[in-house]
Write a protein that binds this ligand. Structure first.
Ligand SMILES: [Cu+2]
Length: 131
């Protein structure tokens, strides 16, 4: 769980200030698609894949999204599985998983799905971190 980034850091679910329920859909969307949090808040995202396709949930700024998109593409080519990263949830069809994150800096953070083609199709949500 050791990961500190410009967009925050992983946190324990027990320390969450609130829970945001989200769904991932086969039309390449997350609901809600716009989320507002406050810098300093710790949020548990409880995410359900309500579709039939696998999806994932990757929290990070634009650079982190692009990096993860490349990693996923390489892994798909090599037939590898995604390893555990504290800012990523793998969401098989029908499953619900949780990720808790402490937001430290004001700015914009994205949630992207990096199954092949999904992010490019617009599968992301935007988190506005207010000061
Ligand atoms: Cu997806």
């Amino acid at each position: 769980m050791d990961m500190t980034t410009s967009f925050g850091e992983p946190a324990e679910a027990a320390n969450a200030d609130r829970v945001i329920e989200m769904t991932a859909h086969d039309d390449f969307s997350f609901d809600p698609a716009q989320i507002t949090v406050t810098a300093g808040e710790t949020i548990t995202f409880r995410v359900t894949n309500v579709g039939n396709l696998p999806h994932d949930f990757t929290l990070g700024d634009e650079a982190a999204q692009e990096e993860h998109e490349e990693e996923m593409a390489e892994m798909a080519e090599n037939g590898e599985m995604m390893h555990n990263e504290p800012n990523v949830l793998s969401l098989p069809a029908g499953e619900t998983h949780e990720l808790t994150w402490h937001f430290t800096e004001p700015g914009t953070v994205l949630i992207g799905c990096h199954e092949t083609g999904h992010y490019a199709a617009g599968m992301f949500a935007t988190i506005t971190v207010e000061s």
